[in-house]
Design a binder for this molecule. Structure first.
Ligand SMILES: C[S@@+](CC[C@H](N)C(=O)[O-])C[C@H]1O[C@@H](n2cnc3c(N)ncnc32)[C@H](O)[C@@H]1O
Length: 355
């Protein structure tokens, strides 16, 4: 791990960053207002020439005062610059407006996490997702996914799918290298990866394991795509250790799944994989490990996402450090025989075999 080893900032840079943190929620909401009210777009459209405050607020039906305070905040945040009284957009402003990853992260933070995060300290003390009640009354976020109100539901799925969808194609190549015949897709969610497998290989059979609510959504999608005959559904609450997995598969696939659980739960799940898997089968784990990121902002995003698990999702899991995670794999009776980084934007695929 090449990041987080040195404190390289000058005192001035450090105190500046401290102010960014002190005002972070206001920075965030001001940016959201500039984006959602159309102010940033209007500035962008003015190109290199720029736009006067007087030309912005009437077009958007907003007050001069409202647009002025937001644009002045935008200067401090670094979203716009001002020359000869005219505002032009910066590169950061451009990413806020047009970059898909930034938008997905932003909307997830706002719609799923923002309100709940006020109680993060309580979550740490209690080991419970105390922020979840801002979204609904469920034991964990997963029971609530299929009925969650909007825009939280869309933002949750967009966040989840943005990262996993981008890695599915490279992951498929790794998974089918060993020509599996029957794959368990544990935590298969809405069936997206299962359908990718069925398209990739005409022979393969799939079994999806997930909570009943998610299997309902998966079945609907899979039936629509005419794959009904090649898929089995196995409703399960994996936290109940007495629930064993169906036997007879030669590959088990878990994508962005084990990060939903704490260390003991991960060992318990992997032990049940060990029991269910054919003797010469493989387990494929696709995860985002913060210590295996190429760039520091990637590690940063994952470290922050961990706190979504702490406060909203379940209170006890995270985006792991691969060193912590690999010990759990060993403890469950598997060896990691391959670790393939840079799958999609930020994923690693670990190929595991029984010891
Ligand atoms: C983050 S999503 C990942 C979905 C998909 N594999 C992907 O890569 O996009 C985690 C999945 O785990 C499922 N899950 C979470 N807790 C579960 C539990 N206790 N039992 C069964 N499935 C669970 C959720 O319903 C969800 O579909």
């Amino acid at each position: 791990m090449k990041f987080f080893k040195e404190d390289t900032k000058t005192a001035f840079e450090a105190i500046s960053q401290a102010q960014q943190i002190a005002f972070a929620p206001i920075v965030f909401q001001a940016t959201k207002a500039l984006r959602d009210l159309g102010i940033l777009k209007l500035v962008e459209d003015s190109g290199f020439e720029g736009v006067l405050l007087e030309d912005v607020f009437p077009k958007l039906n907003l007050s001069e005062y409202g647009v002025r305070v937001l644009l002045e905040a935008g200067l401090g945040i670094g979203l716009v610059i001002k020359n000869n009284n005219k505002y032009t957009i910066t590169k950061t402003g451009n990413f806020i407006l047009n970059d898909k990853m930034t938008r997905v992260n932003f909307d997830f933070t706002n719609d799923v996490c923002y309100e709940g995060m006020f109680t993060l300290t309580d979550s740490i003390k209690q080991g419970k997702p105390t922020g979840l009640k801002a979204l609904g009354n469920w034991p964990t976020v997963y029971e609530g996914l299929s009925t969650m109100k909007q825009p939280a539901q869309n933002s949750w799925f967009s966040f989840d799918h943005y990262y996993s969808d981008g890695s599915f194609d490279s992951a498929l190549k790794q998974l089918f290298k060993r020509k599996p015949k029957h794959i368990l897709d544990i935590g298969g969610n809405t069936g997206k990866f299962t359908m990718k497998c069925l398209q990739y290989d005409d022979e393969v059979k799939m079994t999806i394991l997930d909570l009943p609510q998610q299997l309902g959504m998966a079945k609907e999608n899979i039936d629509k795509a005419n794959f009904t005959d090649r898929v089995n559904y196995f409703p399960i609450n994996i936290l109940d250790e007495s629930h064993r997995f169906p036997k007879g598969a030669d590959a088990i696939w878990m994508s962005q799944f084990l990060d939903c659980f704490n260390e003991d739960e991960i060992v318990s799940i992997l032990k049940r994989c060990h029991e269910a898997l054919d003797e010469n089968g493989y387990v494929y784990i696709m995860e985002t490990f913060w210590d295996r990121q190429k760039f520091e902002p990637g590690a940063f995003s994952l470290q922050m996402t961990s706190l979504y698990f702490t406060n909203i999702a379940n209170g006890n899991s995270q985006m792991y450090d691969s060193n912590v995670f690999n010990k759990l794999i060993e403890k469950a009776g598997f060896t990691v025989i391959e670790q393939i980084d840079n799958i999609g934007i930020s994923h690693t695929v670990q190929v595991c075999k029984k010891k």
